[in-house]
Design a protein around this ligand. Structure first.
Ligand code: GLU
Length: 424
């Protein structure tokens, strides 16, 4: 096997290297499908675009934009778009690959894709953000479309950004194409339940994992890193089911209350102040102390690569429930497995968002919209089924849940690859 010439995987500890390590672990279980393994080690297509915009002060600024289609074997590309100053091609490649695995692990009829713009959205005005979004969408217009590749929200993007993307694409093709993105506002063909779907999925999968390990939800101590779309919705559901959310960390600080934080009040504080720091009625603790605190469930729901070997050794929890994509580095994974701490992998734990994105896409095509109850019931059923399959495979082969999820997903992707064959 030869390395790719642009070799982002050579960044030690980088997300693409993490993904390659995860794929490597699956190989002993693939049998004859191993013949196709290289398919997973190479993204099908990477598009890098220049995104020039006029700033409010008249300057012309340039941003780097990316859309990576890691696999289109099982269906159109699907995955979010991230706005962050640390976005790189390597990161987007890994995030796209994790979408391939996630969509296959949950059995959604999609390949895997991801996009990103290297920018700091907090330093942009609303108008500048709109211009970045519209120009980025026009540039990647070459490779997206309702049947081709369907973006969605991710870190620092939301329903408004999706509305601008939908509008730009639609204006360019000359017809309103609601199905080109998911996570849209309800008034533009969005789905009920989509905003909270990822957090809901984290809770539903976490509850299944707790049930199988005999841990009650009532009274469970939950620590969450990240209080954005995913962390806050998961916190709300854990609290509503009698768990205590004892600590929350975000980029502004870390707050702790052993008796359980008032999750609604915290959400209102974050809405008003932009972060958890300064939340009244809780203690402020140091950033590293977050990883040493005693809890029953620890939910990383921010960015990738946060759980390193040192933190994995220090953790005092029973379960790591991955709300973020790729939060656990391979060496930390090994330590957690050795220490008997259950790791519920991202590709199942945070699959609720893309699952309701799939429902949104289906509803857009049929122009027939479901109730929130129907959506949540179907979401829970799909996630519980997917988790059950991964759990039983992990018991059958005596492997970690992550490897089991990758085995299920890789078998689906590679057998589709084999059935399709090579063209031309
Ligand atoms: N960004 C979300 C994820 O990482 C959702 C992607 C989607 O809905 O397409 O799974």
């Amino acid at each position: 096997m030869t390395a790719l010439s642009y070799a982002p995987g050579t960044v030690p500890g980088g997300p693409w290297a993490t993904y390659l390590d995860q794929v490597e672990r699956v190989r002993p279980y693939l049998g004859p499908l191993d013949r196709w393994i290289e398919t997973l080690r190479r993204p099908k297509r990477c598009l890098v675009v220049d995104v020039p915009i006029e700033m409010d002060d008249g300057r012309v600024a340039h941003f780097e934009g990316f859309r990576v289609q890691h696999s289109l074997t099982r269906g159109p590309g699907k995955g979010g778009v991230r706005y962050h100053p640390d976005v790189t091609l390597e990161e987007v490649m890994a995030l796209a690959a994790w979408m391939t695995i996630k969509n296959a692990a949950v059995n959604l009829p999609y390949g895997g894709a991801k996009g990103g713009v290297r920018c700091d959205p907090s330093a942009l005005s609303m108008k500048e953000l709109e211009r970045v979004t519209r120009r980025y969408t026009s540039e990647i217009g070459l490779v997206i479309g309702p049947q081709v590749d369907i973006p969605a929200p991710d870190v620092n993007t939301n329903a408004q950004v999706m509305a601008w993307m939908m509008d730009t694409y639609s204006m360019n093709v000359g017809a309103t194409a609601t199905g080109v993105v998911t996570g849209k506002p309800i008034a533009l063909g969005g789905s009920l339940g989509r905003v909270k779907a990822t957090g809901r999925g984290v809770f539903v999968v976490g509850r299944e994992a707790a049930r199988r390990t005999g841990q009650p939800i009532e009274g469970a101590r939950v620590a969450i890193q990240g209080f954005g779309n995913v962390g806050s919705a998961a916190a709300e559901l854990y609290a509503a089911h009698g768990a205590k959310v004892i600590a929350v960390q975000d980029s502004s600080g870390t707050v702790l209350d052993e008796h359980g934080l008032d999750v609604r009040a915290l959400a209102a504080h974050v809405e008003a102040r932009g972060g958890v720091a300064g939340f009244a009625g809780a203690d402020a603790i140091g950033a590293e102390d977050f990883w040493r605190m005693e809890s029953d469930v620890l939910i990383p729901a921010a960015l990738e690569g946060v759980l390193n070997a040192e933190r994995a050794r220090a953790l005092r929890t029973r379960m790591v429930l991955e709300g973020a994509n790729g939060p656990t580095l391979p060496e930390a994974d090994a330590i957690l497995n050795e220490r008997g701490i259950l790791v519920v992998p991202d590709v199942i734990a945070n699959a609720g968002g893309v699952t309701v994105s799939y429902f949104e896409w289906v509803q857009d095509f049929s122009s027939f919209f479901w109730t929130e109850e129907e959506i949540n019931a179907r979401l829970d059923k799909i996630l519980i089924g997917a988790f059950g399959r991964v759990w039983s495979d992990s018991e059958k082969h005596r492997i970690a849940l992550r490897t089991a999820a990758f085995v299920v997903a890789c078998e689906r992707v590679l057998s589709a690859r084999e059935l399709r064959g090579l063209y031309p």
